[in-house]
Each structure stands twice: as structure tokens, then as C-alpha cells.
Design a protein around this ligand. Structure first.
Ligand code: NAP
Length: 332
């Protein structure tokens, strides 16, 4: 496993991280979740990503149990705040009240005194940015959070936060967590150039497009049994990519992967890691063998000719519109 700096910070992260959205506390039983975490640790993954909202807070509990007994200094644990964790108007968003209450819940569930990175899961249009950033800064000063970052913020929102942090002397954002894959490149036009200039790294989610880029979903056929597309908690999220046009073009990537001696999943993960602004690719897994497959993408170099072949195959199905980076206009 190779390591990269998280943006311009001193923190090193494994260039492949393990994330537990949809899986822990939901799609997979706890034993399988623990086996996946064990496989991740065995393969040299040190960076783990979760969120307060995943599986209605159960995902953090499962991860906390799965990592119990592992030397804390050998791990980077990331979590997030914003989406609802309870029924009340203050159980969501990025107010001082919710952030403060949510971090305490996350630390309890993860069974740790601090998280390495705390991320604003979306932009909250209903809370002054100063309030959020001051609260994050307080958590850093209290030692409950070591670094702060955001997820799915636009370039304009990140720039506004950096300006306030610099004016007020608050801890600066070190990272953004966007969706990024061969199929979804909306960060390339605006977010990546800003983050390169300002020293934020991308921790990218769904690099395998939730399984689509493995090529296991075939055009005109039902999804394979047990896959995310058949799971009640996951099928909503993956369904928009399961069109015959997308699936047929993904099949055409198979010769490119096999010529390189890579599996399709490895090609997909290696592809995001070619972008130097990417600090880590977060992969999900329902089975330990998927983790073992995906980690082999670490250190793989793809030359310009391969990158061009991929572009030519995917052509118009690639989403590049920066306006697709959006947070809900009102809190959910
Ligand atoms: N910040 C955000 O808003 C946000 C949003 C979403 C995710 N995330 C983070 O990103 C992480 C990863 O997201 P993701 O789970 O969508 O990523 P992904 O790695 O693109 O997809 C993971 C899923 O693909 C399938 N898969 C993975 N490797 C495979 C392999 N080698 N062979 C066959 N199937 C394979 C598995 O599903 P099946 O076995 O069920 O098919 C697995 O659960 C999350 O856990 C979370 O930490 C963040």
C-alpha cells in the first residue's frame, strides 16, 4: 500500500481507504463487515471513512467494534456530520448545536477519543459559515478532531470557507470528499484547480461507481444476486447508472483492463489515483475478496495512451458538469 499526504497537511493516508456506507449495519451482517475490515487492515489500509448518518448511526458502531484493539496511532478514522441523525430540527445541518452533539455521538460509537478528520457532509445553506467553521475550530482546539474537511462542496463554497478561516485564524480545511470516477468527473473543471492551489486533497467516493465499473452489471440483464442493485438500502443510489448505454460502454473497458493485467475494479481505482490532487480513493466492499482485489490498484501507473483509450470508450456518458456539485437548498 502506498501513502499520500492529505492535501498539503502533514497527515499521511493510505491511497486506498475503506468506507462503510450502505454496507455496515445494513447490507452486510456484522461478521462479514468485520472480515472486510480485517482484510483492509491486512492489506495495509490505514484510513477508514464513515459518517454519523450511515445506517442510522449503526455503521459507526460496527466500525468501532471492528477496529477495537487495533493500535489507534496506526489508523486514520474519518467521519462526517450534516445529514439527519434524529427526528428534530436540530438533529441535522451544521449548526454549533448539532455539530457539537454529533461529534460526541460519533466518538462514543467509534470508541475513540478523537477522529483524525471531521467532514461537513454537505454545505448547510441555513447556518452561517462562520458558525460552522468556528465550531470546527473549537473541536480541533479541544483535541476531539485533528483535521477538518468538507464533502461535495462547490469551488465557490470552499473558497468562501478558506477566506473566513484565513481572516479569523480558524483551522483551514485540508480536504474535500467528492464523488469521482471515470464516469463522474464533475470536480475536474473547478473544484480540483482551486484545491490544488489552496492545498486541499480529494478523498474520493464511489471510485468503482458503486460496482458498475467492475463490469458485473450486464446490459439488458437483471443485476447479479446479492449486489448493491438488489439491496433495498442501496438500489436507489446505483439505479441511475444502470442504463444499457452506460453498461454497454463499461463492457468495452474489459480489453483495456485485461491488456494491463488488471481487473476492472483495479482499473477503476487506479484511474482516480492518476489525478495527483486525489489523496485517497475510498472503496466499499461486501466481501473481503473485493477488498483484496481493489487494493492491488495501489501504485499502478496508467499511461496517457491508456487514459485516452478509456475516454474514447466512455465518450458522452461521462458527466463533467461542475453544476452537478450541489447541496440541498434546505436542510433535509
Ligand atoms: N461523502 C459522501 O457523500 C459519500 C457518498 C457515498 C459514499 N461515500 C464514501 O465512499 C465509500 C465508498 O463508496 P462506495 O461503496 O459507493 O464505493 P465503490 O467502491 O465505488 O463501490 C463499492 C461496492 O461495489 C461493489 N464492489 C467493490 N469492489 C468490488 C469488486 N472488486 N468486485 C465486485 N464488486 C465490487 C460492492 O458492492 P456489491 O458487492 O453489493 O455489489 C461494494 O460495496 C463509502 O463507504 C463512504 O465512506 C461518501
Amino acid at each position: 500500500m502506498e501513502f499520500r499526504h492529505l492535501g498539503r497537511s502533514g497527515l499521511m493516508v493510505s491511497e486506498i481507504s475503506y468506507g462503510n456506507w450502505i454496507t455496515h449495519g445494513s447490507q452486510v451482517e456484522e461478521d462479514a463487515a468485520k472480515e472486510c475490515v480485517k482484510a483492509a487492515l491486512d492489506e495495509g489500509i490505514t484510513t477508514f471513512d464513515t459518517a454519523d448518518v450511515y445506517a442510522g448511526t449503526r455503521a459507526e458502531e460496527v466500525l468501532g467494534r471492528a477496529l477495537k484493539g487495533v493500535r489507534r496511532e496506526s489508523l486514520e478514522i474519518f467521519t462526517k456530520v450534516y445529514w439527519p441523525t434524529g427526528p428534530g430540527p436540530n438533529d441535522r445541518g451544521l449548526s454549533r448545536k448539532h455539530i457539537t452533539e454529533s461529534i460526541h455521538g460519533s466518538l462514543r460509537r467509534l470508541q475513540t477519543d478523537y477522529v483524525d478528520l471531521y467532514q461537513a457532509h454537505r454545505f448547510d445553506h441555513e447556518t452561517p459559515l462562520e458558525e460552522t467553521l468556528k465550531t470546527f475550530d473549537d473541536l480541533v482546539r479541544q483535541g476531539k478532531v485533528l483535521y477538518v474537511g468538507v464533502s461535495e462542496w462547490s469551488a465557490e463554497q470552499i473558497a468562501a470557507a478558506l477566506k473566513i478561516a484565513d481572516e479569523m485564524g480558524f483551522d483551514r480545511l485540508v480536504s474535500n470528499q467528492p464523488q469521482y470516477s471515470m464516469l463522474w468527473r464533475v470536480i475536474e473543471a473547478e473544484v480540483v484547480p482551486l484545491c490544488e492551489k489552496e492545498g486541499l486533497g480529494q478523498i474520493v467516493w464511489s471510485p468503482i461507481a458503486q460496482g458498475v465499473l467492475t463490469g458485473k452489471y450486464l446490459p439488458g440483464q437483471p443485476p447479479p444476486a446479492g449486489s448493491r442493485a438488489t439491496d433495498p438500502s442501496g438500489s436507489n443510489f446505483i439505479s441511475r447508472m444502470l442504463t444499457d448505454d452506460v453498461l454497454a460502454r463499461v463492457q468495452e473497458l474489459k480489453p483495456i483492463a485485461s491488456d494491463l493485467g488488471l481487473t476492472m475494479a483495479q482499473l477503476a481505482v487506479a484511474w482516480v489515483l492518476q489525478n495527483p490532487n486525489v489523496s485517497s480513493a475510498i472503496v466499499g466492499a461486501t466481501k473481503p475478496e473485493q477488498v483484496r482485489d481493489n487494493v492491488k490498484a495501489s501504485g499502478v501507473k496508467l499511461d496517457a495512451e491508456v487514459m485516452k483509450k478509456i475516454d474514447d470508450v466512455l465518450g458522452p456518458i461521462v458527466e463533467r458538469d461542475p453544476a452537478k456539485t450541489v447541496s440541498p437548498p434546505k436542510r433535509p
